[in-house]
Design a protein around this ligand. Structure first.
Ligand SMILES: [Cu+2]
Length: 162
């Protein structure tokens, strides 16, 4: 019979520890970490000259857009993007970006106004963590694929927290 008393005590202690853990999580919600998953992607399209003529206008400078002239009548085009193109956080949050490199060997990237520089590589997950302490709109720019490969980071200064 005495053997059961320590077990009951242990169960009670476990319950208290769990309660403390739940309280700790809820009290830290206002300064929460916000994790956002992104991808470095390359969209591709193609058709044949008997359906659509090869475009005469050159794409914008930089490697963000590409037109490949017809080979055996088929021509291609592609563009690099960070997805999603707009991310929204609250001022004061700890932001964690997890960016998967789908295509493109590497993407040299900076975040305007936040002094962040990093490289995203194909087949790798790059994790960037920073505190969103300045409100406004800041560009996340891949310098290898200008001008298309940008995401707008919107840091809300609202008192409303979501
Ligand atoms: Cu890129």
């Amino acid at each position: 019979m005495n053997k059961h008393i320590p077990l009951a005590g242990a169960a009670l202690l476990g319950s208290l520890v769990l309660t403390g853990s739940v309280l700790a999580q809820s009290s830290s919600t206002s300064a929460a970490k916000r994790t956002i998953y992104m991808s470095a992607v390359e969209y591709k399209g193609s058709t044949t000259v008997d359906k659509e003529a090869f475009p005469t206008a050159a794409p914008p400078a930089g490697r963000g857009y590409k037109l490949t002239p017809p080979v055996d009548g088929r021509w291609e085009n592609s563009t690099y993007r960070y997805e999603p193109g707009l991310i929204v956080v609250n001022r004061g949050e700890l932001v964690e970006l997890k960016i998967w490199g789908v295509n493109g060997a590497k993407h040299d990237t900076t975040i305007e106004g936040y002094n962040q520089a990093f490289v995203v590589k194909r087949g790798e997950l790059t994790t960037i963590t920073f505190k969103a302490d300045k409100p406004g709109i800041f560009r996340i720019i891949c310098h290898d694929h200008a001008p298309s490969m940008e995401t707008q980071l919107l840091v809300l200064d609202s008192k409303t927290r979501r």
